[in-house]
Design a protein around this ligand. Structure first.
Ligand SMILES: [Zn+2]
Length: 71
């Protein structure tokens, strides 16, 4: 095989892989993180706050006060 052609193919494949990886990363970042409770997607900056307030989250995360807090 022509050495130059081989190099060109390698470069094109590398660009496609890197480009695809970047595109995948951007689309994932835009999609955000999936809430494990309601299954909806939220921006990464909001997913933590949402999980605590998610209506589907039935884990009681209310901070307990007083002496009846489990230890
Ligand atoms: Zn949710």
């Amino acid at each position: 095989m022509d050495k130059k052609l081989q190099t060109t193919i390698t470069v094109v494949l590398a660009v496609l892989l890197v480009g695809g990886g970047i595109f995948f990363g951007i689309s994932q970042a835009k999609k955000g993180a999936k809430c494990p409770f309601c299954g909806k997607y939220f921006p990464h900056g909001e997913i933590m706050g949402h999980k605590l307030r998610c209506p589907e989250n039935d884990t009681d995360l209310t901070p307990r006060s007083g002496s009846d807090a489990p230890s």
